[in-house]
Design a protein around this ligand. Structure first.
Ligand code: NAD
Length: 486
């Protein structure tokens, strides 16, 4: 069992007492009971964390260590997280309600993200020799500096590791501000950093809410903000960063489409649009395939196939290994999802499954897996990110052109998938849909491949070598030969 009650932050390599008195209670979305607490950071706490990270970057050994030296310490952090993997899965499930079935399968991921990033770093072009017009030069990728990492609750440790691993590999120092809903797992990362002997100030942790986040975003000691969360917050962060030319990467919301071309197999579409769509992390996933665009003449086949998949889902206590769909993270999130279901009904979409609260689950913020058909793309349920277990089938009358136009008729552009038995037709459609990750008869998020959004889904890419590049600044170094540098 991992601890769930903390009365300190992790700043400058030590467990630091808070300067304020506010406390964040962590409430289980399944039982509505308090299961832990952490102190809520004040501006003064955040100042200490940024100062520690600044000092560690400007004066400490980390940015100047060789990749091999950094690797040694990062592998110790990975080993710590690996050992705690099953406990971490239980902890995350209890703090934000994601089914243990899913989290247990993903338990090796935090450690793997470090190891895979280190593998990529071995071949990453940190130094390149280039011929200029006037003379030769080296193109050097230097660490961007002090990174402020702001993360949401829906994949708390995983999303933090997607920033932590490449930032530290690149030689940056880091201040983490996790979400107030799910701050506990970040403490395990801090404990791993301490146990591994990470130099002081390289990783700092101060949980808190939006105001604390803005304090970090506007802090003169921070060089780069790496943010995952809603588009609304991302827009604000981009504005704030723009004022100071602070670098930023934004991983934001989505309304991704599963596009069935006229020959698509309904079973294949349904299995993806349920498991990777409305049931993906109980529907609380940025890349969930929540719009299912199907040929009108075959709509009923897709409805039947999706209903069959939905009826296999078990909704309930996320700690039960049989459960596929857990509760919404908070009461306000359930209210929000229910308001979208009401909007779907009032706008005239056909409710074919769910729509209410599941029987027998009096405690916890559950919503039944829900499916609408006969929706139009201008309905609220088709345009806005619901972030709950709600799928929307949108029929089209024309050919591939119309299906592609519908998929693109959204402010978002995070992900999507195209289904067809004709590979070249599928590739052509996938190329024309403006989204950062597109699957052809499949869909998954792969830590070795770049992930991020077009349009309002974000700026920049995480994962893959691109995910290391965002934590570097390019320097053109003239008058130096490669051998002199190494
Ligand atoms: P949110 O934007 O409300 O909060 C995310 C984090 O940002 C939290 O830590 C919060 O305290 C902080 N924050 C909020 N406003 C801020 C501000 N103005 N300045 C600084 N920090 C601020 O999002 P959420 O409800 O916690 O998470 C769900 C959202 O995250 C969804 O929109 C989802 O699509 C998105 N998301 C995106 C990805 C991706 O990779 N693209 C992954 C997961 C989640």
């Amino acid at each position: 069992m991992l601890p769930t009650y903390y009365d300190t932050f992790f700043i400058d390599g030590v467990w630091a007492r808070p300067k304020g008195t506010d406390v964040i209670h962590v409430v289980s979305p399944a039982t509505e009971e308090i299961i832990g607490s952490v102190p809520s950071g004040t501006s003064a706490d955040m100042d200490s964390a940024v100062l520690a990270a600044r000092r560690a970057f400007d004066e400490g050994p980390w940015p100047r260590m060789s990749l091999n030296e950094r690797t040694e310490i990062l592998l110790k952090i990975a080993a710590y997280l690996e050992e705690k993997g099953p406990d971490l899965a239980r902890l995350i499930s209890s703090e934000m309600g994601s089914p243990l079935k899913r989290l247990a399968a993903a338990a090796p991921m935090p450690a793997l993200l470090i190891k895979k990033t280190l593998d990529m770093a071995k071949v990453f072009p940190f130094v390149e020799s280039r011929q200029g017009m006037v003379g030769d030069a080296l193109i050097v990728r230097e660490p961007v500096g002090v990174v402020g990492g702001i993360t949401p609750w829906n994949g708390p440790l995983h999303l933090l590791m997607m920033k932590f691993a490449p930032a530290l590999v690149a030689g940056c120092t880091f201040v983490s501000k996790p979400s107030p809903e799910a701050p506990l797992d970040a403490y395990v990362l801090a404990a791993a950093c301490e146990a591994a002997g990470l130099p002081r100030g390289v990783f700092n942790l101060v949980p808190g809410g939006r105001e604390l986040g803005e304090h970090l975003v506007t802090h003169p000691g921070v060089d780069k903000i790496s943010f995952t969360g809603s588009t609304t917050a991302g827009r604000r962060i981009a504005e704030l960063c723009g004022r100071d030319m602070r670098r930023f990467t934004l991983e934001l919301g989505g309304k991704s489409a599963a596009v069935a071309l006229s020959d698509a197999d309904p079973k294949k579409v349904a299995s993806h649009a349920v498991a990777r769509g409305l049931a993906f992390n109980s529907g609380q996933a940025c890349a969930a395939l929540t719009r299912v665009i199907v040929p009108r003449a075959r709509q009923q086949e897709f409805v039947d196939a999706m209903v069959a998949e939905i009826d296999k889902l078990v909704t309930g206590d996320p700690s039960d290994p049989q459960v596929d769909v857990g509760p919404m993270v908070a009461e306000r999130q359930r209210d929000r999802v229910e308001s979208y279901i009401a909007a779907g009904l009032s706008e005239g979409a056909r409710l074919v499954r769910g729509g209410g609260r599941p029987d027998g689950l009096e405690r916890g913020w559950f919503v039944e897996p829900t499916l609408f058909s006969d929706a139009t793309n201008d309905m609220k349920i088709a345009r806005e990110e619901i972030f709950g277990p709600v799928g929307v089938i949108i029929p089209y009358d024309g050919g591939d052109e119309e299906a592609i136009a519908l998929a693109n008729d959204t402010p978002y552009g995070l992900a999507g998938a195209v289904f067809t038995e004709d590979a070249s037709r599928g590739i052509a459609a996938a190329r024309r849909i403006r989204a950062g990750t597109m699957g052809c008869n499949t869909f998954f998020i792969d830590p070795l491949l770049p992930f991020g959004g077009f349009k309002s889904s974000g700026v920049g890419r995480e994962n893959g070598p691109e995910g290391i590049a965002i934590f570097t600044e390019i320097k053109t170094l003239q008058g130096v030969a490669l051998q002199e540098l190494e």
